[in-house]
Design a protein. Structure first.
Length: 218
């Protein structure tokens, strides 16, 4: 999973054996990967290729392997500086800083129908969006972003929420990590929603750490 997250290239048994220093042969790893494929957690995109995670595989990873990631002191300080004041403009600045740090898209919903987004060039630079149809589908969702926000706004409670694949109103090609927070400032005094959107191949540990830090900062 993590190797594919870094490279966006199918991962084979030989690479896993070489990179991870397992005390087993590539043949043994290949057999284990075949079992994972039978369980629907990975798939082989074409003959003689390595494997890539499926939506079910990503969900299993999210449910079991997300703990432990923390931001650097500099990253946290940068987010705190960007969030200073908690006005509408400072929240936009925070979203821009978050897009810069994450390398993904960021949205802030001041209400169900009032949405600001930034970092779309980061999103469309991902290999998943080299396909024209994927860009078209995502662009269409962005044009109606308030409708997608409205579908999940009331579902997000106190904890960080991750939506992927068929459960993600922002597009099956993507995942989104969302959180709500109370913002009290000169022109804000209500519960708002912030989210990082990226390909399903995103680095979930890091993105969850970023969104969790935003909840603490705000």
């Amino acid at each position: 999973m993590e190797e594919y997250t870094k490279t966006a290239e199918p991962v084979g048994s030989k690479l896993i054996a070489a990179e991870k220093n397992f005390e087993v042969s590539s043949a043994t790893i290949r057999n284990e990967m075949a079992e994972l494929e039978r369980e629907g957690l990975i798939l082989q995109p074409h003959t003689s290729a390595g494997r890539v995670p499926t939506e079910k595989g990503y969900q299993y990873y999210i449910d079991n392997f997300l703990a432990g990631e923390k931001l650097s002191i500099k990253e946290r300080n940068d987010l705190e500086k960007a969030a200073a004041g908690e006005s509408r403009e400072s929240l936009k600045n925070l979203a821009k800083e978050l897009a810069e740090i994450s390398g993904l898209g960021v949205m802030v919903a001041f209400s169900k129908q009032d949405v600001y987004y930034t970092g779309l060039s980061n999103l469309f630079a991902q290999p998943e969006f080299y396909d024209r149809d994927a860009v078209y589908n995502m662009s269409s969702i962005i044009d109606h972003l308030d409708e997608a926000i409205a579908k999940v706004y009331d579902e997000v409670k106190g904890e960080v929420k991750i939506l992927i694949g068929k459960n993600n109103p922002f597009g099956r090609e993507c995942s989104v990590v969302l959180a709500k927070y109370w913002s009290v400032g000169e022109d804000t005094n209500r519960q708002q929603l912030i989210g990082i959107i990226g390909p399903m191949r995103m680095d979930y540990k890091r993105v969850v750490a970023l969104v969790s830090a935003i909840k603490e900062v705000l």
